[in-house]
Design a protein around this ligand. Structure first.
Ligand SMILES: *Cc1c(COP(=O)(O)O)cnc(C)c1O
Length: 833
């Protein structure tokens, strides 16, 4: 058990104030994830964009009484807190967790590499959980922040630890080595991608090998030449520490001599059999996967199982039972206006806590419901396990619990004691389904969280809203990545406005806004007032600007605290009148200047009279002054951009001087953020880039794909020479041909202009051209060159492998039009990795 005093001893910091010795169990880095105030130590991390010291007062109010700081604090504000001062909070976090790690003498497996870290970690867990009480990294927690949080979970009852480590810059692995200090290492593979931050692949591999500086064993695949060379020289230098404790290598290969020599890999329908020689003895496994990545991941795990001396028959059995790991949490439209989060793959406290975070982020319905199976996690008595679950539920504001399983039902008293949580229990999934009444679920956000054996997908099916099978998948983690990527281009105190107009460029409304609000973006912008009203109804509380405020919506704007863009004298006069009637004062507005786009906005000649009107009233308060660039993405228009920037500087300066108070000035959109950093000013307006589309060449490779439009094959037809396809019989088979009819048409937003082979879609990873004319709800693809296509097969319309930029070029338009044109009947499915 730790307290402020013992932690200070480890850190050799300065105990600025000690008022008690409450025990510290949890480390809190993200103030939004506060669950256990009394037993948490808040460590504010300082980054160029965010200084988390600013959350101390709020957390103190919520009951946190242990703080680690690197700044001067006003002790009078925290009379009952213990406060430790250190030079650097991130370093202190690393030191603290490294000390924690060194109290344990159990085997620790460390995993690094370009791909497969999380899968190998989760599969080792699946393979070994019967033999050991295992602690492991939650999800893909492998960064400078994620690793300490993972390792901090180590408890006396654990018998084996599995942690992953990832780096983005030279020098980082040294820190992670101190914290994980693995006895056993696995290096999964080396990717081709050139990573920013590293000179070349060799430098990156050598940096990653630092993780195994003190390890006893390293498992790796010899078939990556650079890896093989780097491991050899690492082994000959760093690895030769002394005779007793030098690094042992366990290599495997499909091509050359190795400790585990893979002889054959045979795929059939949905299984792969792998034969190999280990210590000259033949061994084999069968895994329920056929893709290359899974085969490689499984062999890494296999090598470790053999090293641990597990019985070959046991290994075979468990390998057969490997399951896909759930890398994502899905958010879907449910029945009766519910939102549904599906996570029916595992149930342990770590993953429950992550899923509850996501549930808590959802503001759209006041009722939050959890359907939870027995928690499958060893090392704790049932009573203390479910008491912890109960505490979590209360902290995360769950209103309704449906517990399914014998153990949770047995502990139902614990939950029945909770205030504000209605609970219901069933012994099995069957029992729940037998009694299922859809009417009991109305306008609530439901999290379905259960271990695989409970088959909660059967519950998911009943709660999900049925729709036709064309879906637009939105990767919320990718949006988060893109926002962070653009933030990294900004100067530390430049604010960010996120454009969620036009249904967030087609990707959704409150789902995206919830995420942006959670990420702490400064402003949201919609095109019309009704979009803003919808966001307010869904629980969005952050500032929202409306770009096209129509007089008929002024009352809604005032009522919902939306902030209008004022672009002309006429709008200004009308809006002033409305504010006067409402009795409000200093209502926030945004002044739009026209600097050359000639769409909306005040011109140079209007500034003097505009300033006069604004200074003569206390009904309005100008929050920002802004303008829009006509060609920020186009090098040919850079002269125009500079001219616009200059004019904006002059006009906004004049206006601001007249107003006599500080306002936010902003002019750049996505492309401008990167291409015209000198115009970032006080705030930027991020649009298309957030949705993963590169509007300028410069960001290519740095953004992640957000949207994937998918459909399915409805029917496959075999045509004889001379037969035709579709309306107008415009497509004719020149030889025997195969045609797939797919469930998407121009009414879904797939442009009819892509008829006659202009458009192509991906089936089984191959491009199939559109045959003939696109119909309203369906179209046909020529799949003559793609064998074995069947009804129900997935068809990718655009996504990671077929960028929407490509599709828009085929259609002679821009990604903006394609994305915003996807019709509302296409179901949106959100997921978080
Ligand atoms: C849509 C819009 C943006 C965002 O533009 P992107 O190119 O999508 O980044 C910025 N400002 C204004 C005024 C807009 O209308």
């Amino acid at each position: 058990m730790y307290n402020a005093e013992s932690i200070n001893k480890i850190l050799k910091g300065e105990l600025l104030q000690q008022t008690g010795s409450s025990s510290i169990e949890h480390i809190l880095l993200d103030s939004r994830k506060l669950n256990f105030p009394e037993s948490s130590l808040f460590i504010p991390i300082v980054s160029p964009r965010r200084n988390a010291h600013q959350y101390m007062e709020e957390l103190y109010r919520k009951g946190v009484s242990n703080f680690l700081v690197s700044e001067d604090v006003n002790l009078a504000l925290y009379p009952k807190a213990n406060i430790i001062h250190v030079k650097d909070t991130l370093q202190a976090l690393h030191t603290l967790v490294a000390a924690h790690r060194h109290q344990f003498h159990i085997p620790v497996i460390g995993i690094t590499g370009s791909n497969g870290k999380t899968t190998v970690k989760e599969w080792l867990y699946q393979l070994l959980e019967k033999d050991y009480n295992i602690v492991r990294s939650p999800k893909s927690y492998n960064s400078q922040i994620g690793v300490p949080l993972s390792v901090w979970q180590m408890k006396p009852e654990n018998e084996l630890a599995i942690f992953e480590a990832g780096i983005s810059q030279p020098g980082e692995m040294m820190n992670l080595e101190k914290i994980i200090h693995p006895n056993i290492g696995i290096f999964t593979n080396v990717g081709e991608a050139h990573d920013e931050g590293f000179l070349n692949v060799r430098q990156k591999v050598n940096e990653k090998l630092v993780l195994f500086m003190k390890s006893e064993l390293l498992i790796y695949c010899k078939d990556y030449p650079v890896l093989n060379e780097c491991v050899s020289s690492f082994h000959n230098t760093v690895g030769k520490r002394d005779k007793e404790n030098s690094l042992q290598l366990l290599s495997w290969s499909r091509k050359m001599e190795a400790d585990l020599r893979v002889i054959s890999v045979d795929r059939n329908d949905n299984h792969t059999r792998i034969d190999a020689l280990y210590k000259s003895e033949p061994h084999y496994i069968r895994i329920p996967f056929i893709d290359e990545g899974s085969i490689e991941n499984a062999i890494h795990c296999w090598a470790l199982m053999l090293y641990l001396g597990k019985d070959p028959e046991v290994i075979r059995q468990r390998m057969e039972g490997l399951t896909n790991i759930a890398m994502r949490l899905e958010l879907k439209q449910g029945i009766n206006n519910c939102s549904l989060i599906n996570d029916s793959y595992n149930s342990d406290l770590g993953s429950l806590s992550i899923a509850l975070d996501f549930l808590q982020q959802q503001q759209q319905h006041p009722t939050r419901t959890l359907i939870l199976s027995d928690i499958l996690q060893s090392g704790k008595s049932d009573a203390s396990l479910y008491e912890e679950v109960a505490r979590l539920l209360q902290k995360r504001g769950i209103n309704k619990l449906i517990g399914i399983g014998k153990n949770i039902t047995h502990q139902k008293k614990i939950f029945q004691l909770l205030d504000n949580v209605k609970s219901q229990f069933f012994n099995s999934t069957e029992e729940f389904i037998r009694d299922f009444n859809p009417q009991e679920f109305q306008s609530e956000t439901i999290l379905i969280k259960g271990a695989r054996v409970f088959e909660f997908e059967r519950i998911g099916k009943r709660l999900e809203q049925k729709a036709h099978q064309t879906i637009l998948e939105i990767n919320l983690s990718a949006i988060q990545h893109n926002v962070k990527q653009f933030q990294s281009y900004l100067k530390p105190d430049t604010k960010m406005m996120a454009m969620v107009k036009a249904f967030s460029y087609g990707s959704g409304s409150f789902e995206i806004a919830n995420l942006l609000q959670f990420l702490g973006v400064d402003y949201l912008t919609v095109a019309y007032a009704d979009e803003g009203v919808d966001l307010r109804r869904s629980g969005i509380t952050m500032p929202i600007m409306v770009m096209n405020p129509e007089p008929s919506t002024f009352d809604a704007i005032l009522q919902c605290d939306l902030e209008p863009e004022i672009y002309s004298m006429h709008v200004l006069q009308q809006f002033l009148e409305e504010v006067r009637l409402s009795g409000k004062k200093e209502f926030p507005v945004h002044i739009k200047l026209d600097t050359g786009m000639h769409r909306l906005g005040f011109e140079e000649k209007d500034i003097a009279s505009l300033a006069e009107m604004l200074t003569a009233t206390d009904l309005l308060k100008v929050k920002s002054i802004f303008s829009h660039l006509a060609g920020s993405e186009d090098p040919k228009l850079d002269a125009l951009t500079r001219k616009q920037g200059k004019l904006f500087g002059e006009m906004s300066h004049e206006l601001q001087k007249a107003l006599g108070y500080g306002v936010i000035r902003h002019i750049v959109n996505s492309a401008g953020i990167y291409r015209h950093p000198d115009l970032q000013l006080d705030m930027v307006r991020l649009g298309i880039g957030m949705y993963g589309v590169n509007s300028s060449r410069e960001t290519q490779g740095q953004l992640r794909n957000v949207s994937t439009l998918k459909t399915t094959v409805a029917q496959v037809k075999h045509l004889k020479t001379g037969e035709t396809v579709g309306y107008g019989a415009t497509w004719k088979a020149k030889a025997p041909a195969t045609i797939a009819t797919v469930r998407i048409g121009y009414a879904d937003g797939y442009p009819r202009a892509l008829s006659h082979g202009k458009g192509k879609m991906l089936i089984h990873g191959k491009l199939a051209p559109v045959a003939g004319i696109i119909a309203m709800d369906m179209l046909m693809l020529d799949i003559t060159a793609i064998p074995n296509v069947e009804e129900g097969d997935e068809v990718i319309v655009f996504g990671e492998a077929l960028p929407v930029e490509e599709l828009s070029k085929w259609a002679g338009t821009i990604p903006y039009e394609i994305l915003t044109g996807i019709s509302q009947r296409v179901k949106r499915v959100y997921f978080q990795e």
